[in-house]
Design a protein around this ligand. Structure first.
Ligand SMILES: [Fe+2]
Length: 206
């Protein structure tokens, strides 16, 4: 599901140096992240709060990067601005975001992005307190996302490399919806995101 805006962004990033890639991506997030993620935070605030959870927990660079970029699919789909009932009609923002990011980042970054929605289904199956703590909106979207995972689905999930990072990311994601919370801005993440990018580029060349 690639629209022309995605393609423009991907092309612009592909042709740029590493620092420019990050500058282009962050500018895009500032430009498109002002719409509301939910009733309390904008898309950009949600991304920054999630990344801040990773940062204050001394997470690895790949975890900080996936926390910051985990909902890039929402930015790309512009779901919250478009006249689309995204809760009723799941647009797979996690796959859209991960597909886009795979051109620039390694699996350690993109797999948690891809799995952060099924991670909710996993946690609801394994942790009753987790389900009880979800917001009403998140409980509603769980149904659209496939409901609580079955035992078979859980075992399959546990075989995917980096699945644990997806579970951790999911918990940070859930905490990243606090109205008027002060967090560091995007600049704090430039170097760490760029370090993951370079690693990804080396992997592909190797
Ligand atoms: Fe999120």
């Amino acid at each position: 599901m690639k629209n022309s805006l995605h393609q423009e962004l991907a092309d612009e990033m592909a042709g740029a140096t590493s620092p420019r890639k990050i500058a282009i991506l962050f500018d895009y997030m500032v430009r498109t992240g002002q719409s509301f993620y939910d009733e309390s935070v904008t898309q950009l605030e949600h991304a920054l709060q999630c990344a801040n959870q990773a940062r204050i927990n001394d997470a690895a660079p790949s975890q900080i990067t996936s926390a910051l970029l985990h909902d890039l699919g929402h930015f790309l789909l512009d779901e919250h601005n478009a006249d689309i009932a995204f809760l009723a009609d799941d647009l797979n923002h996690e796959a859209v975001g991960a597909d886009f990011l795979e051109s620039f980042f390694p699996d350690a970054v993109t797999t948690p992005v891809r799995l952060h929605v099924p991670a909710k289904r996993y946690l609801c199956a394994t942790d009753a307190a987790y389900y009880d703590g979800l917001s009403e909106a998140s409980k509603r979207s769980l149904r659209v996302q496939g409901g609580v995972m079955s035992d078979e689905e859980r075992s399959a999930f546990e075989r995917i490399p980096h699945f644990e990072d997806a579970l951790i990311l999911r918990r940070w994601d859930d905490l990243a919806k606090v109205k008027n919370l002060e967090t560091p801005g995007l600049d704090v993440y430039r170097e760490v995101v760029q370090s993951c990018l370079r690693y990804g580029e080396r992997l592909r060349r190797g």
